[in-house]
Design a protein around this ligand. Structure first.
Ligand code: 13P
Length: 299
């Protein structure tokens, strides 16, 4: 099954009433863990890299490893660049072979967001089957190089949302609805379910234009995740949770094996911890056993 663009698997999820997990990784061990968990669960999956890891590890290296893993995996696997504010880097990753690019121009004015997002859509679609995610409004918290105070995050305007999707031509759409990256500062984050439902109705009610994405998976309670999936959330981003799992497992292993000096065993401990978290998310999102989705929705 192997390498796919995000749009295909996310549309199938939206139509099937489940969501695809999109997992941020920062190294090759985590990338393998995500794919192995997806294979174990027979689930479609999206591997994501933030901008800093993609620059540090290099897009061409990441794509080579991704393709090797995807080609041999009996499940659809996508490689997504997450929250990129730099148009040149978006293009570099598309050129290298990422299958989905997120241009995040959400902190600019509405018109500038449209201009930059459309430029990346035009570039990626001209290259081939590379799909694009755009964001409207801002997600609170810290994601790689982007910091937004939770109380400064601006929610997406539903009327602008449909116009944004139509004018940019994006394939998948992340409207800000009150979720935040990382561990929430507030105990009970205020998620605007009504706004999300309204946006879903306006954007996808008359036919699937751009399936909706939910950012900030880590701090959300399971019942909140399931409610957002039921309302049409078809791609869920999870980053901090995997980082905590990987770092805690590494710390625990080293702490209890102070004289061992065997990096392979440390990697194995971190990998198993990440696999366990990805398995949890795949079950919660309802995408276990959905790996048969292969449909091409681009005409
Ligand atoms: P979390 O770090 O809260 O899981 O958010 C991930 C995310 O939305 C990446 O785009």
């Amino acid at each position: 099954m192997g390498s796919v663009s995000a749009r295909d698997i996310v549309i199938e999820a939206a139509e099937g009433g489940y969501a695809v997990g999109a997992f941020n990784i920062t190294d090759v061990v985590q990338m393998q863990a995500v794919v192995e968990a997806a294979v174990e669960k027979r689930a479609p999956v999206i591997i994501q890299t933030s901008v800093k890891p993609s620059k540090f590890l290099r897009p061409d290296v990441l794509v080579a490893v991704y393709r090797t893993l995807a080609e041999t995996a009996p499940v659809p696997v996508c490689l997504h660049l997450d929250h990129c504010t730099d148009l040149d880097h978006c293009k570099k990753c598309a050129d290298a072979g990422y299958t989905n690019i997120m241009i995040d121009a959400s902190r600019h004015s509405y018109e500038e967001n449209i201009r930059q997002t459309k430029a990346i859509v035009d570039y990626c679609h001209a290259l081939g089957d590379i799909t694009v995610e755009g964001e409207l409004g801002t997600v609170g918290g810290v994601e790689d190089q982007i910091k937004v105070a939770e109380d400064e995050a601006a929610l997406a305007d539903p009327v602008q949302a449909i116009e944004f999707v139509e004018r940019t031509g994006i394939d998948i759409f992340a409207p800000a609805i009150g979720t935040a990256h990382g561990v929430y500062k507030t105990k009970n984050p205020k998620i605007d379910f009504d706004r999300f439902a309204q946006i879903q109705q306006l954007v996808n009610g008359g036919g699937m234009l751009a399936p909706l994405i939910v950012h900030g998976g880590t701090g959300l309670k399971p019942e909140v995740v399931q409610r957002l999936v039921a309302l049409g959330g078809a791609k869920f981003n999870v980053s901090t949770d995997l980082k905590h799992a990987s770092i805690d497992a590494t710390y625990d292993y080293i702490s209890s094996h102070r004289t061992e000096y065997n990096p392979g065993k440390i990697d194995m401990a971190a990998k198993q911890a990440v696999i366990a978290r990805v398995n949890y998310w795949i079950d919660l999102l309802g995408c276990a056993g959905k790996a048969s989705c292969t449909g091409d929705h681009r005409s």
